[in-house]
Design a protein around this ligand. Structure first.
Ligand SMILES: Nc1ncnc2c1ncn2[C@@H]1O[C@H](COP(=O)(O)OP(=O)(O)OP(=O)(O)O)[C@@H](O)[C@H]1O
Ligand SMILES: [Mg+2]
Length: 239
């Protein structure tokens, strides 16, 4: 199934203010555009509003002001059902259900209708492939509650990859992973972005790690998104 969006901007924010209270906004973003296939990392101190920004782009928190377009559609309308994959900081997995069933939720969102009783062959196929990609094949039928924190993060990533979205919003999805697993997960996600021209916005505390994955790195601080400037200022920064 291919329902690629037209145009080359995956996400655009114009004059956006984020937060939960108009009197105490968390950040103002005059303009931010993320292209299809681009990987943007957001770093910044704890509690500054990074997760809120991701939730706002995902349409889960309304912006206090401004205009957001996701895959060419004004958010929070959802003409591209299933095309936005969100990996929340709190993973939102169903703890008593198996890895397979959790990942199937992602592929069903893309490949099945809302009232389809059974998952299509295609949905099952993408679920299996994503589980293998995340190195969880031997855990396929294991309930989530018996998995480690890092394994659970990989399930959440598999669930999003199985959805084949045009945009992935990933909130600290590399936490709790050992070095080797982390590199595998990064490789799978970067490959996915390259192959599908999918944009990825990820939140990453570790600046070194963020720079390894991302085409562009911004830092949220003082109520703004600033381009990251390395200590030597030799890094190319595109805003
Ligand atoms: N649902 C909510 N209602 C009101 N305030 C909230 C809500 N969720 C978060 N906040 C507040 O908004 C601020 C930003 O929270 P957010 O989770 O976006 O930070 P963050 O940058 O992702 O932090 P961390 O790096 O610790 O994950 C915090 O002060 C938090 O208490
Ligand atoms: Mg957060």
């Amino acid at each position: 199934m291919s329902t690629k969006v037209t145009g080359d901007i995956a996400v655009s924010l114009e004059g956006v203010t984020i937060g939960y209270d108009k009197k105490a906004p968390l950040a103002k973003i005059p303009s931010l555009r993320i292209k299809n296939g681009e990987i943007l990392a957001i770093a910044g101190p704890s509690g500054i509003g990074k997760s809120t920004l991701l939730k706002t782009i995902a349409g889960l928190v309304p912006p206090l002001a401004g205009k957001i377009e996701v895959c060419g559609a004004r958010a929070p309308s959802k003409p591209y059902r299933g095309q936005l994959g969100y990996i929340p900081q709190r993973l939102g997995l169903i703890r008593h259900a198996s890895v397979f069933h959790n990942v199937l939720i992602g592929s069903r969102a893309r490949f099945c209708g809302p009232i389809d009783l059974f998952a299509s062959k295609e949905a099952k196929e993408w679920a299996k492939r994503s589980i293998i990609q995340m190195g969880l094949e031997d855990k396929t039928w294991e309930p989530i509650r018996r998995l480690s924190g890092g394994q659970q993060r990989r399930v959440a990533t598999a669930r999003t990859l199985a959805q084949r979205p045009n945009l992935i919003l990933a909130d600290e999805f590399l936490s709790e992973l050992d070095e080797e697993t982390m590199l595998n997960v990064i490789q799978a996600v970067v490959e996915y972005s390259r192959e599908e021209a999918a944009a990825i916005v990820l939140i990453e505390h570790d600046i070194g790690r963020a720079r390894r994955i991302a085409d562009r790195l911004v830092v949220m601080d003082d109520g703004r998104l600033n381009p990251f400037l390395s200590e030597t200022k030799t890094m190319e920064v595109r805003m």
